[in-house]
Design a protein around this ligand. Structure first.
Ligand code: G3I
Length: 369
């Protein structure tokens, strides 16, 4: 009899857990959102765009929370660092594929797209791409030959496995409201070759993988002084029959980002007839760089993101005919390139435990009407 009572009690406890875990109304958080009723991001946006995350090779282990979160929420990945020139060809002629391979393999096994990032950039590119042993700039011919060899080697290895490549990254001058300086003139690519290195990179890329979508990728793209330069560049390339298929808006934004600037930019770029992707989305909780840093996700941060995130996604959804994908520059608030000691930016929809934040549910509500 005693045994029977123990078993009966245990059975009751198990039933409670089974029902409480499966109930739609269970476990509301402080904002009244049901933590059990979220829709994974890739499901939420499946009729509109793919949803990606920038990752490290370590994230591809599905025995870890990051690996499981990637599989649950995302249908695209970007290598945050390991496909950059300094990772793949740090020494001229010596290619290191292991880390990049791991990400591509993970994507293949889990039916995800891969965004290739990046082939031509002034940063995270070894000196040998630009300088000879005396430190002098290389000739135009040698620099272009090396660029072609790099692009061809990388794109050939991953041919057919990469959905879109950031062929050229951040080539335009950033802060210039008068629009006088077009290109980032301190880039060694520009110094050696002039603007035509951009054209050449796209031509090499198309030759190496004719099926890959080729992107120009940049930040601060929604500000008038930068968006017009991007427009002019892409228009020039298209007018000259250079194979370019898309524009990547990086999306390193903050809670005060102007959705009107975003809307104006999407409207302008849509007119170019190229694909648009948000390639590096993160939404810092701070209103300015002067605001004191915090390592705690305060109520104020929560409120700001609950307003800003749905506003931004409202605009992205309005332009989803032109936007093919939205990639976050990370997975959850536990790690972001923005963070510095004493100042965390909490820029994602998933919190430090990789669980949906209140802003997640506000975004979700945009699609559940
Ligand atoms: O490789 C070294 C490693 O050997 C060392 O142990 C470690 C110690 O801190 O540093 C490692 O290098 C760092 C690298 O990230 C890998 O973690 C570099 O110092 C660091 O500068 C580098 O930062 C990356 C940054 O690009 C470089 O420009 C960020 O992780 C990455 O998120 C960021 O991504 C860029 C996009 O590619 C282009 N758009 C802007 C975006 C944010 O800056």
């Amino acid at each position: 009899m005693k045994n029977f009572r123990v078993h009966f009690w245990s059975f009751g406890v198990i039933l409670f857990f089974v029902f409480s875990c499966s109930s739609e109304d269970a476990n509301p958080d402080l904002n009244g959102n049901n933590q059990n009723s979220y829709i994974p991001l890739k499901e939420l946006f499946k009729d509109h765009f793919f949803v990606g995350a920038a990752i490290t090779p370590a994230h591809t282990d599905i025995r870890t929370p990051h690996g499981r979160t990637l599989v649950e929420h995302f249908n695209s990945v970007t290598a945050e660092n390991v496909m950059k020139p300094d990772a793949i060809q740090r020494i001229k002629g010596t290619f290191t594929w292991t880390e990049a391979d791991r990400i591509v393999q993970f994507a293949k096994e889990n039916n995800m797209k891969v965004r290739g990032h990046t082939l031509t950039w002034h940063s995270q590119t070894p000196d040998w791409f630009f300088f000879d042993q005396t430190g002098a700039l290389l000739s135009k011919d040698i620099a272009l030959k090396q660029l072609e060899e790099h692009i061809t080697a990388v794109m050939t290895r991953y041919r057919g496995m990469i959905d879109s490549w950031d062929v050229v990254n951040e080539a335009l001058f950033d802060w210039d409201p008068d629009g006088q300086i077009i290109y980032r003139e301190d880039s060694p690519w520009y110094k050696i070759i002039g603007e035509s290195y951009i054209d050449s990179a796209f031509v090499y890329a198309h030759r190496a993988d004719p099926d890959a979508k080729l992107f120009y990728n940049d930040y601060n793209s929604i500000f008038s002084w930068k968006r017009n330069k991007i427009f002019d560049l892409v228009k020039r390339l298209k007018d000259n029959n250079i194979p370019i298929h898309g524009i990547g808006l990086q999306g390193h934004w903050f809670v005060g980002t102007s959705v009107e600037d975003l809307r104006t930019t999407l409207e302008l770029f849509r007119g170019l007839g190229v694909e648009i992707q948000i390639t590096e989305l993160d939404l810092s909780v701070y209103l300015s760089s002067n605001e004191p840093g915090s390592v705690v996700y305060t109520d104020e941060f929560n409120t700001r993101q609950r307003i800003a995130y749905p506003e931004i996604f409202r605009v992205l959804l309005d332009y989803s005919d032109a936007i093919a994908g939205v990639t976050f520059w990370g997975i959850g608030d536990d790690a972001s390139w923005l963070d510095t000691p004493g100042r965390k930016h909490f820029p994602f929809l998933l919190n430090e435990q990789l669980q949906p934040k209140p802003a997640y549910f506000d975004v979700q509500r945009l699609l559940r009407r």
